[in-house]
Design a protein around this ligand. Structure first.
Ligand code: GLA
Length: 400
């Protein structure tokens, strides 16, 4: 009897303190988000069309599952405090839209903010966390991105904890994506709260620039990559560093798109496309659905890659994969072409975090070129090649 009572007490305490939904993101989440291309210009037809194209383009088959609606879907709160979508832009309502997305075998995401208003000035969830979580669960939402504008006086960890508990209480498993821009080091406290956390300010579709908005900046691909320094030890299955949604297909060159995508794979980053997939070029689609690249990102070990060396303008990254495979990415950050020479057998590649050594002196690996989708010899022979500016050589090594 005592045991039973203690058991109930224990369960009650768990319920009281809440938790996140476990195992919703064993590998980094994959999907699409409206913000990078459409910002506030969104409506239900767009979202339905995107869901259609996710299926018809082959993106769904490649693993892209979430159709995420970002800021500005909101209308007003009603007299009871329930939030509703914008009546003209989402006239059929969110439940109908969610049902449609689900009918395609996809999942649907939504956006809110820990403050009283979203970054786009729409109603935020502050003070309405439990009610909003209930509403999302009722609509059939699967993913919540939770932003950080207008949060004066709030502490990030507490604010995100409140929403985590609200989601848990509402009872529908929802991926919780913390969008706090890395301001209060969410990697240090985020893993018990959410499934991914933004590590930086917003991304910008340039290779290596800072775009200054006055009081804040958004960042090119290389700048964001550099900001991931030191964070890999915090990431793993169900708790990922999020270097932001992708800009592939948003004005970068083909080579830059490829490098951006490769680096997101090396970083075990969430793969959330941010382009207009209804109108993308064949090259962009081919990048987004390269299954060998995606396999690097989605590797079941969930170990984020690391920068091994940096010489002239070429960085060399390694990522440990399942079954002792490694992904390698030579990244030419400069605009000039660079000759690359890499004598595998004399390189001592050690992942200090995973405590694994590639052992190139003893172990021979077969080399697979991920972008040309062709075999490229073994690590017995030194690698010699020329890399165009802003391009990558993205390889997978498998023990021979
Ligand atoms: C912030 C986020 C972006 C986007 C916008 C929406 O800037 O970081 O990703 O969600 O808000 O207003």
């Amino acid at each position: 009897m005592i045991k039973l009572l203690l058991g109930f007490l224990f369960l009650g305490l768990i319920n009281l303190f809440g938790q996140k939904f476990d195992n919703l993101a064993p590998t980094p989440p994959m999907g699409w988000n409206s913000w990078n291309t459409f910002e506030c210009d969104i409506n239900e037809k767009l979202i339905r069309d995107i869901a259609d194209v996710m299926v018809s383009s082959g993106m769904k088959d490649a693993g892209y599952i979430y159709v995420n609606i970002d800021d500005c879907w909101h209308g007003e709160r009603d007299s009871l405090g329930f939030i509703h979508p914008h009546p003209e832009h989402f006239p059929s309502g969110m439940k109908t839209l969610a049902d449609y997305v689900h009918s395609k075998g996809l999942k649907i995401g939504i956006y809110s903010d820990a403050g009283w208003k979203t970054c786009g000035g729409r109603p935020g969830s502050r003070g309405y966390e439990y009610q909003d979580a209930m509403q999302y669960a009722f609509w059939g939402i699967d993913y919540l991105k939770y932003d950080w504008c207008n949060t004066e006086s709030l502490k990030a960890e507490g604010a995100y904890l409140t929403m985590r508990d609200a989601l848990y209480k509402a009872g529908r498993p929802i991926v919780f994506s913390l969008c706090e821009w890395g301001d209060s080091k969410p990697w240090e406290w985020g893993s018990k709260i959410g499934h991914l956390w933004r590590t930086t300010g917003d991304i910008y579709p340039c290779f290596d620039c800072e775009y200054n908005h006055g009081t804040w900046s958004s960042w090119g691909i290389m700048r964001i990559v550099d900001m991931q320094d030191g964070l890999r030890k915090y990431a793993g299955p169900d708790h990922w560093n999020d270097p932001d949604m992708m800009e592939v297909g948003n004005g970068l060159t083909v080579v830059e798109n490829r490098s951006h995508f490769s680096m997101w794979c090396m970083l075990a980053a969430p793969m959330i496309a941010g382009n207009d997939i209804r109108k993308m070029s064949k090259e962009t689609l081919d990048i987004l659905i390269n299954k060998e690249a995606i396999a690097v990102d989605q590797d079941s070990l969930g170990i984020q890659g690391f920068k091994y060396s940096s010489k002239d303008s070429v960085d060399v990254w390694f990522k440990l994969l399942n079954k002792g495979d490694w992904a390698v990415c030579f990244l030419n950050r400069g605009i000039k072409p660079q000759n690359i020479e890499f004598n595998w057998t004399t390189e001592n590649v050690n992942d200090d975090f995973a405590n694994r050594n590639a052992g190139f002196d003893k172990t021979e690996y077969k080399i697979r070129n991920i972008w040309t989708k062709s075999d490229a010899g073994t690590t017995k022979k030194p690698l010699k090649t020329n890399l165009t500016g802003h391009d990558v050589l993205f390889l997978r090594l498998t023990r021979k």
